[in-house]
Design a protein around this ligand. Structure first.
Ligand code: ZN
Length: 271
C-alpha cells in the first residue's frame, strides 16, 4: 500500500498511492531521540505499522494543513501538532464526524471509475477520525536529537498551511504550500496576491533550502518551483487571460508558468 523512498539515512518519503498518477506523500524524519512524521495521507493502510518498520523512536506528527488527504492516518498516533484555527474549524463544522465518509467520497472520485481499486482502498481505510492535538505555531522548533525541524507558516493553499524546514539537510517539507499544481481555491483561503507574499517570505527566510518535498510527490520537486510560483503569481496579478477549467473541487481558473500549473479563483486575486 505504501511506497517508501529513502532520501537520506534518516529521512524517508512515504507514498500512499491512490492512483498510478496520484499519491499522497508524507515525510518521516528520524533524529537520535525522536522522529517526526509530516502528514498521514488518507489513512488507507496501517500507517503505524509502516512507520514502526522504519523507526522504533517515539513519533510526533506535524500537520501541513487540515485537509482530509493529509490527516486521515492521524488517529494512529498520539502526539500531534496542527493549526489551531484549522482544527477549530474542523471541529466546529463537524468534519471529524463526516471524515470517513468524506475520505471515501474523495477516494471514489480519485479512483476514477476503477471499482477494484476503490474497493481495496475502502477495505483498508481507517474509519476512526478522532485524534488529540496540540497547536502548531510559526517559528516552533522540533528538536529530534541531532536534527531539528523549524516551522514556517505559508498561507496559500489554506489560511494556515505550514512548511517544515530541515536546515542541516538544506531541505523543506512543504505539503501543498509549494507545489507544481498549487490550488488556491480552498473556501476561506487567501488571495493570489497574499500567496505570492507568503512564498516570497518563506524563500527569504530560508535561503539555504535547496530541495523541496511536496505533499503529492515522491521526489524533490526542484527549488526552481519557488521562482516559477512567484512568476506565475505575477502574471496572474498582471491580468492574464486564463481559461476556466473543472477540477475535483469545482470550477477554477488555470494559469501555467513553466513548472507551475496553478488553479485559482478569479474573484480572489487581490487582497
Ligand atoms: Zn493535498
Amino acid at each position: 500500500m505504501y511506497r517508501i523512498n529513502k532520501i537520506h539515512g534518516n529521512v524517508w518519503v512515504i507514498g500512499e498511492d491512490i492512483r498510478p498518477d496520484f499519491t499522497n506523500s508524507m515525510v518521516l524524519v528520524a533524529g537520535k531521540e525522536s522522529a517526526a512524521l509530516i502528514d498521514t495521507g488518507c489513512g488507507t493502510g496501517n500507517l503505524k505499522e509502516t512507520i514502526a518498520g522504519l523507526t522504533s523512536l517515539p513519533v510526533t506528527v506535524l500537520t501541513t494543513h487540515v485537509h482530509l488527504d493529509h490527516i486521515g492516518g492521524h488517529p494512529y498516533f498520539e502526539d500531534i501538532y496542527a493549526s489551531e484555527n484549522e482544527m477549530r474549524e474542523w471541529m466546529e463544522k463537524g468534519l471529524w464526524r463526516t471524515s470517513a465518509a468524506d475520505r471515501l467520497d474523495f477516494l471514489r472520485a480519485a479512483a476514477e471509475g476503477n471499482k477494484e481499486r476503490f474497493a481495496r482502498l475502502e477495505a483498508e481505510m481507517l474509519v476512526e477520525s478522532r485524534f488529540t492535538w496540540k497547536p502548531l505555531k510559526d517559528g516552533m522548533v522540533f528538536d529530534l536529537g541531532g536534527i531539528s525541524l523549524e516551522t514556517c507558516m505559508v498561507p496559500g493553499h489554506t489560511r494556515e498551511s505550514f512548511v517544515f524546514v530541515n536546515r542541516s539537510r538544506e531541505e523543506a517539507y512543504v505539503g501543498d504550500s509549494i507545489n507544481p499544481i498549487p490550488w488556491l481555491i480552498t473556501e476561506g483561503g487567501v488571495s493570489v496576491m497574499e500567496y505570492g507574499r507568503s512564498v516570497k517570505k518563506f524563500a527569504e527566510r530560508y535561503p539555504m533550502v535547496r530541495r523541496l518535498y511536496s505533499g503529492h510527490c515522491m521526489d524533490d520537486i526542484g527549488i526552481q518551483t519557488i521562482k516559477d510560483t512567484l512568476d506565475c503569481v505575477d502574471e496572474i496579478l498582471a491580468g492574464a487571460a486564463d481559461p476556466e477549467v473543472s477540477c475535483y473541487a469545482g470550477k477554477a481558473f488555470r494559469h501555467v508558468c513553466r513548472s507551475v500549473d496553478m488553479l485559482y479563483d478569479r474573484n480572489h486575486i487581490y487582497d
